[in-house]
Design a protein around this ligand. Sequence first.
Ligand code: PLP
Length: 377
Amino acid sequence: MSEEYMKKIIYADNAATTKLDYDAFEAMKPYLLNEYSNASQPYSFARLAKKALKEARKIIAECINAKPEEIYFTSGGTESDNWAIKGVLLHNAKKNLITSEIEHKAVLNSAKFIEKMGCSVKYLKPNCDGIINPLSLEKSITNETGLVSIMYANNEIGSIQPIKELCNIAHQNGALFHTDAVQTVGHIKIDVQELGVDLLSASAHKFNGPKGIGFLYVKSGTNITPYIDGGAQEKSLRAGTENVASIVGMACALKNNCNYIDENLAYTKSLEVEFLKNISELDFIKNGGQYTLPGNISISFKGKSGESLLHRLDLKGICVSTGSACNSSMTQISHVLKAIGLNEEYAIGTIRVSIGKENTIEEIHFIANELKKIISG
Ligand code: PLP
């Protein structure tokens, strides 16, 4: 193995993806090796696969206080978002979507698509902390609004939205409500009944499950059209042979995370506090305001380049993200940092350190020290 690969990796990009839960890996193995049947087949060899799907749907439903029949398996967050938006609006008499400027591209590009198909879209502006004020939704919503789609927590800056309030406004005006909860499921306690949402997107690889699998919660009675045409899987709404092993892994990882949700939350928050304390002598802005996803730390350094910070940390084996994308000669500031109105000099110097339950206090000290050396050096 090359020296580079032998170097210890300090992974602090848990908002991008997470390490697979070991129990989930073990739970998946039998369905990859021995129980490889197609769950739709009627013979007895398919019984275990069928049972595994049923059990996984039940476990996932319990984790978010839904009914098993309200959980639809998808290939991940992107597909769930696409389905929620296109599946509700394209065949709806009410053709207006209200969303926000800080959504993930899975929502923003689905919005662009439905605009081309004759729908109209309004984009709500967040405040400087990345929060959507319910009043702005109240002002924008009309009786033509078929769907409101606002993410639960932002992936770049961690800001958490007042979902229950926003959802109430949508319902009072006869619109459905979807939330992209990809960053929150498995990290913050979610109760779909309490929130009142009609649709909710989730992705397994953000909560220590396998990649390429997720689900869409669709409240019973919600009018949604099929997303993938083909066989009768997922009640003929989302066709395709089920990815049994990944579905089993997703359910196991979600259950494990939900069983320790308070402990994990307190732990990642304590590491976040420690990190911010360690770098407090530096001059930076922390984005996302007071109420952010624990461990999701977006920080901006005036006059620095986020790209260069990322690469210099990478040389030390540290994985973080940036808030800008360098495109050969031009640095593009992310749509989220633009939307919150962050000064360009700071926006270019933004990195996201996203801490997960596997990180240790020693790693946090190491990242903070290396960052301090780079910034002051
Ligand atoms: N929505 C949000 C908020 C995300 O953070 C992501 C992934 O980064 C997605 C959607 C897309 O999820 P997936 O990677 O499962 O397609």
